[in-house]
Design a protein around this ligand. Structure first.
Ligand SMILES: *Cc1c(COP(=O)(O)O)cnc(C)c1O
Length: 480
């Protein structure tokens, strides 16, 4: 018999291990709600001490290791799949999504070149085009799966520069007539600053436009900043509208931004990383009006579409700009197939995992209507949470139809911003340390408060009552 390599543990061992992992994952799902949402302290010393037992010189039984690792993950981490994690857009992933993750890892298709994985590439493309259709983008829309929203937004900046400046592909920023600048609201996701840093634009190139009372990008300020930039010789190339800001869920005035971008001849990108999911609901979709005018759009499936991380989506109506931004040719990559472009030549990544499979499976198995019903349920629970907090004397400080609720205590606000920030942080810490729920602090246009976002399909009305009660106890225990 031909001998296989030393890493071949055999199918029997594989089946045993995967069954053990499946059991651990299912048990975790069934019991996560019984434990604290987050550990009371960070535990770095204990974690490093535990890790010193793994020097990787001896082999250890995988099943034991998997159980050991799961135990540590359970003990030392915030449980984003807990029904009372009112957190940062991280969902409880669906079983279909988890299954898709396993399948993608096991079959391990390489999505760099089309010819290596035509079925996988077409499945991703099918999902992207479905999403584009729901967003009202034209049939010619193409895109790519990304690690997340930050990579999708990076892609937007690269293609916006490529579209705006003929000299950019060859000479880079030095070949440009003026320093390029872009506009995004002061409440936008600050990945833009990192992206400006990475692309050589420099962080100052991101003009953070003030927001209005509803934390939406203020159009008058934008016009003024644009006029001043033009007068000073800067070269505006990109306007970003955020649909669902991270802190407060504000939706920028997308139709007006689209119009200004078109008058100015600059790229219009919509960052709908979280809220773009509502395109799947006929009832909620009108909130995104104007997104259909975008030159490009970011939507994260690993947020409100409840796919496991990481699954971002980048969509653009300019496939030619995508192709000219990321093209490359080598002697070793397979030739491009007829009529289908190679993902490595149309995206930031080269070797690519099959991130789209978990999204495909979720959509195929549950169907769009179930996703829509989930989104609408989350919105209703968000309304309930907002109402209950108001009844308990909290003051709502954000304004959005989406299920992210930011509140402040009127008494704590009376003694100035600094006191308010410290007080709200202490209350949030107390709730988290109690293990009953996870909430965060927030600053909305500088105003401190507590932020709660509905992110789990496991969350029920009883969990809403529980977090309201936990906040009430923490408030009692924290003198103003
Ligand atoms: C989450 C988020 C991002 C960043 O996306 P990642 O998936 O974390 O990389 C960007 N923009 C907005 C509006 C977001 O909510």
């Amino acid at each position: 018999m031909e001998e296989t390599g030393p890493l071949d543990a055999g199918e029997k061992e594989g089946a045993r291990l995967l069954a053990a992992v499946a059991e651990l994952v299912v048990r975790h799902a069934g019991s996560v709600a019984d434990g604290p949402v987050a550990p009371a302290e960070p535990g770095t010393a204990q974690i490093r001490d535990w890790l010193s037992g793994y020097d990787f010189e001896r082999a250890a039984p995988a099943e034991d290791t998997v159980a050991d690792v799961t135990g540590m993950l359970r003990r030392w981490g915030v449980h984003t799949t807990h029904p009372r994690y009112f957190g940062l857009f991280n969902p409880t992933p669906t079983w279909w999504g988890v299954a898709g993750e396993l399948l993608a890892a096991g079959v391990n298709p390489q999505l760099a070149a089309y010819s290596h994985a035509p079925a996988a590439v077409e499945m991703e493309r099918h999902v992207l085009r479905f999403m584009a259709g729901r967003l009202g983008l034209p049939d010619a829309t193409e895109g790519s799966f990304t690690v997340g929203g930050a990579e999708a937004n990076l892609t937007a900046v690269v293609i916006a520069l490529t579209r705006a400046f003929d000299g950019y592909p060859r000479s880079g920023l030095l070949g440009l007539p003026g320093q390029p600048v872009m506009y995004a609201s002061a409440e936008s996701h600050l990945a833009w600053l990192k992206i400006a840093h990475m692309t050589g634009l420099g962080r100052d190139a991101v003009r953070l436009v003030p927001v209005d009372a509803g934390h939406r990008l203020d159009l008058i300020s934008l016009r003024e900043m644009y006029a001043a930039d033009i007068a000073a010789g800067f070269a505006p190339f990109l306007v970003v509208g955020t649909a669902g800001t991270t802190a407060g869920g504000a939706i920028d005035p997308l139709p007006e931004l689209a119009l200004l971008a078109s008058i100015w001849g600059v790229h219009f990108h919509v960052d709908a990383a979280w809220a773009g999911a509502i395109a799947l609901s006929d009832r909620l979709r009108p909130l995104l009006a104007g997104v259909e005018l975008a030159d490009s759009v970011t939507v994260d499936a690993h947020k409100w579409l409840s796919a496991p991380m990481g699954a971002g989506m980048f969509l653009t109506r300019h496939p030619d700009a995508l192709a000219s931004s990321f093209r490359a040719s080598t002697s070793y990559m397979p030739d491009e197939s007829e009529g289908a472009s190679d993902p490595y030549a149309t995206s930031v990544q080269w070797s690519r995992r099959f991130a789209g499979l978990k999204v495909f499976l979720g959509l195929a198995a549950a169907g769009r209507p179930a996703h829509a019903a989930q989104l609408e349920r989350d919105v209703r629970l968000g309304e309930l949470l907002g109402r209950r907090l108001r009844e308990e004397g909290w003051r709502r400080i954000n304004d959005t139809p989406l299920p992210v609720i930011c509140v402040a205590d009127p008494d704590a606000e009376r003694d100035g911003r600094e006191h308010s920030a410290a007080w709200h942080a202490a209350v949030a810490d107390r709730v988290v340390a109690g293990g009953e729920a996870w909430v965060s602090t927030v600053q909305l246009a500088g105003r401190p408060g507590i932020r709660l976002c509905l992110t789990s399909y496991r969350t029920t009305a009883a969990d809403i009552e529980a977090v309201v009660a936990a906040l009430g106890r923490a408030r009692e225990a924290q003198p103003v």
